[in-house]
Design a protein around this ligand. Structure first.
Ligand code: CDT
Length: 329
């Protein structure tokens, strides 16, 4: 082989080494968390999954929505200053109970994404998810935009879904450079809205991390109950494909306080295909190797936004919320 040939070989190796952005991610599915479970006991479970993930050389572990407690919006509390209600929220992050998770993750060099109920200094309450890098720094914070359910007690329901009573809505879909790529987050009901993925992808997102608590019974239309799993996959797989992103969907599933919630955590590639999925309704790691450069296969071809999108034709998306039908004849 001539010197020129060696040089070219070396250059193509360098190109490969510099452009490959591979990462091992884990969806840390959680089984039920009962009302009486302490946050420290939950954090012990999170650390167990973290340690197992680290043994498997995972770079980033993703925990579910409102990871630290039972899904408390299923109960009505009249008084917003109620002490039990307040106990579900974190005024600081790390909090005393979550500090061991931060320390262990830093020690193991594993990044993580954690959903929790946030109480700000100003007294605002959000359904929040944070992204922590592999040296223990919080690099991103997302506050849930689409809050489902209702504001007032609705006794006809078998259980309540009072997110609209207990949380304020977030107002943006930020993205961050982290883990060698561009990362965005969304929380549970956000995953059902195509605007979520498109807003994140317009911020360059290549990896979207989504925690969820999805009761299988949907009181306003129980005919949807049998479709809970199908709908969850449908929205996340199409969100991944239409935006050329990886999606990590992570459940808190199983029978929690008498309410059955969807498990089905999974990792989805930019092709829309499922790379790995949960097999149980309990604490379980779902692991996949992802290469962020695969996003380009979609972002630079069929979904080349700069070339093909027509925002001038989409004005209704930001100018109105409800549908405006044509006038009846
Ligand atoms: N947590 C969350 O957002 N759950 C909703 C349930 C909707 S039914 C009120 C979801 O979209 O899965």
């Amino acid at each position: 082989m001539g010197a020129m040939c060696y040089f070219k070989y070396w250059l193509s190796f360098l190109d490969f080494a510099m452009t490959e952005r591979s990462l091992r991610v884990a969806a840390a599915q959680m089984g039920p968390i009962e009302k009486g479970d302490s946050k420290s006991a939950v954090v012990d479970r999170l650390i167990t999954l973290l340690s197992l993930a680290s043994e498997d050389n995972v770079d980033l572990i993703v925990y579910p929505e409102l990871t630290l407690t039972t899904f408390f919006p299923r109960w009505f509390v009249e008084n917003e200053n109620d002490l039990e209600l307040e106990s579900f929220f974190e005024a600081n992050m790390p909090s005393p109970e979550t500090e061991p998770l931060f320390l262990k993750a830093k020690q193991l060099g594993v990044g993580f994404c954690l959903g929790y109920a946030e109480l700000t200094e100003e007294g605002e309450r959000y359904n929040t998810q944070i992204l922590v890098d592999n040296v223990g720094n919080i690099v991103g914070k997302y506050r849930k935009v689409h809050l489902p359910g209702h504001e007032e007690h609705e006794p006809w329901r078998k259980f309540q879904h009072l997110e609209r009573r207990y949380f304020q809505a977030g107002d943006s879909f930020p993205t961050w450079r982290a883990f060698g790529g561009i990362v965005g987050m969304a929380i549970c009901n956000d995953r059902r809205w195509s605007e979520t993925y498109r807003s994140l992808a317009l911020g360059g997102a290549e990896l979207i991390l989504i925690g969820y608590n999805t009761p299988i019974h949907y009181a306003p239309d129980p005919s949807q109950d049998k479709l809970a799993s199908f709908h969850s996959r449908l929205v996340m797989q199409s969100g991944a494909y239409q935006n050329g992103c990886y999606v990590v969907g992570v459940a808190k599933g199983g029978m929690e306080e008498g309410v059955e919630s969807l498990s089905d955590s999974c990792i989805i590639s930019p092709s829309g295909e499922i790379l790995a999925e949960a097999k149980t309704d309990g604490d379980e790691l779902v692991i996949a190797d992802i290469d962020l450069d695969i996003c380009k296969n979609y972002k630079e071809t069929l979904f080349d936004f700069a070339r093909y999108r027509r925002p001038e034709a989409y004005k209704a998306i930001t100018n109105q919320t409800g549908a405006i039908s044509p006038k009846e004849l």
